[in-house]
Design a protein around this ligand. Structure first.
Ligand SMILES: [Zn+2]
Length: 448
């Protein structure tokens, strides 16, 4: 008996030692082989090379092959084409894909890279994130849980025409030759309708909003407007900071004006959570420019009109933060392994933040049918969230006590409900709205 215990212990110990000794070697060999011999095969590999950028064609092939090999959790679709006809390809990752449709109340998150064609670290990090999640699914319980509860969408390159012009090692290019802009020299992050532009304030319908925008902007705008995204990030380079809405202000001040969004507290928390987990972002001397705690209000840094993050917040339910990830815009590929280490945890945590706050259903009290386009209002926050066609809503909030109410056209507003938000659980709060008397009368007349 004793012998057998000792033997078992030794066996375990030797296995551990062997594992400790051999595992890194095996991994290193595998990775070294892939990188040094450059034998990455986008048709066959779940890995992306750790220290080289994928070309546009390789990226498209790789994303499609991932979806082909992992059809239960991955799916690709195009949201449109660039001005020069390159695919704006999205990869969706979630266990709900196998179940046929998104689960009720499952939050949708999107991550967009490379809106500026020469800001490429985020583009590559999104590919690494996809690769990581695919490989860790059913291996790491946290990843399995994330994919089981979240619908994640990746658009690694929003500006592929700019990307093909950009050159590795070019840290600063801002002009047409450097690849920042699209093929028609439009800065896509200045091309969205803006709440502070007088001419854009008049735009009402989706068609009016879309008119005269670049193909890439139109494709992404439609995607934003047609889907109930809860959370979003846009990945940039040229600084290391998490920058949150608003990017614009109603002032003519170029910088130093704090243009707070109604959800300033939520945006600050999302940004701070990212910066705190990133070893360089939270330092105030990174890239030689100081950002206190690694975060900034967009307009306070510098005022810009027509940005994507403000559009998300003003025209949809999606809360978007701009993540500036590298001092050098087109950082040398040798920096990529370190960039992945800096950003892996912050990115995964950011995706999981879509589960913060409160969610629920708004239904008709009489028929129990979902109410589409109902409003969910939090007292003290001048931003209403609207429900999906299934009556779902997600309301990101920081911990604290809140009073929430729901209302919809044709229904009596709900009573005010108290709720306490913590950092531990996602709260669920459903509303049943009673049809107004007027509505009942009309229904009766039509039925008669
Ligand atoms: Zn940028």
């Amino acid at each position: 008996m004793i012998n057998s215990v000792i033997w078992t212990r030794l066996l375990v110990l030797s296995t551990l030692v062997l594992a400790a000794l051999s595992l890194p070697t095996v991994l290193k060999t595998e990775e070294t082989k892939k990188n040094e011999q450059n034998d990455f095969n986008p048709e066959l590999d779940d890995f992306v090379p750790a220290d080289r950028y994928l070309t546009h064609d390789e990226m498209i092939t790789w994303l499609q092959s991932i979806a082909r090999r992992h059809p239960k959790i991955a799916k690709t679709f195009s949201i449109g084409k660039s001005e020069q006809g390159r695919e704006l390809l999205v990869l969706e990752l979630s266990h709900s894909i196998e179940r046929g449709e998104r689960d009720l109340l499952m939050p949708m998150v999107k991550l967009v890279g490379n809106i500026h064609g020469n800001e490429v670290v985020g583009r590559q990090l999104l590919l690494r994130t996809i690769s990581h999640l695919i490989q860790k699914d059913n291996v790491d319980p946290r990843v399995t849980r994330l994919l089981n509860t979240t619908d994640i969408f990746f658009l690694p390159s929003m500006n592929p025409d700019g990307f093909v012009k950009a050159r590795e090692g070019d840290c600063w290019s801002g002009g047409p030759e450097g690849g920042r802009l699209n093929a028609n020299n439009i800065d896509l992050n200045r091309d969205f309708p803006d709440q502070f532009k007088p001419e854009d304030k008049l735009l009402r319908s989706q068609n009016e909003l879309l008119q005269s925008r670049a193909s890439e902007t139109q494709a992404v705008m439609k995607w934003i407007l047609d889907n109930p995204f809860v959370l979003s990030a846009s990945l940039h380079g040229g600084a290391v900071v998490a920058s949150y809405p608003y990017d614009g202000s109603g002032t003519s001040q170029q910088q130093g004006f704090y243009s707070a969004a109604p959800d300033d507290k939520v945006f600050r928390k999302l940004s701070q959570d990212y910066a705190d987990r990133h070893p360089l972002m939270k330092r105030s001397d990174t890239c030689g420019v100081g950002f206190k705690d690694g975060i900034t209000n967009g307009a306070y840094w510098y005022d810009l009109k027509g940005g994507m993050q403000d559009f998300n917040y003003v025209h949809s339910n999606a809360f978007e933060v701009t993540l500036e990830l590298s001092c050098c815009k087109y950082a040398p590929a040798a920096d990529l392994p370190a960039e992945w280490e800096y950003n892996r945890k912050p990115l995964l945590n950011y995706i999981a933040s879509s589960h913060r706050g409160v969610r629920g259903l708004v239904v008709d009290k009489t028929t129990k049918r979902p109410i589409r386009s109902a409003y969910v209002h939090v007292f003290g926050i001048d931003k209403n969230i609207t429900t999906t066609e299934k009556g779902e809503y997600w309301r990101l909030l920081t911990p604290g006590r809140y009073i929430i109410q729901s209302f919809a056209e044709g229904f009596v507003p709900s009573s005010s409900r108290n709720i306490e938000i913590t950092d531990i659980y996602t709260e669920q709060l459903n509303f049943e709205l009673e049809p107004t008397v007027h509505q009942k009368t009309i229904t009766r007349l039509i039925c008669d």
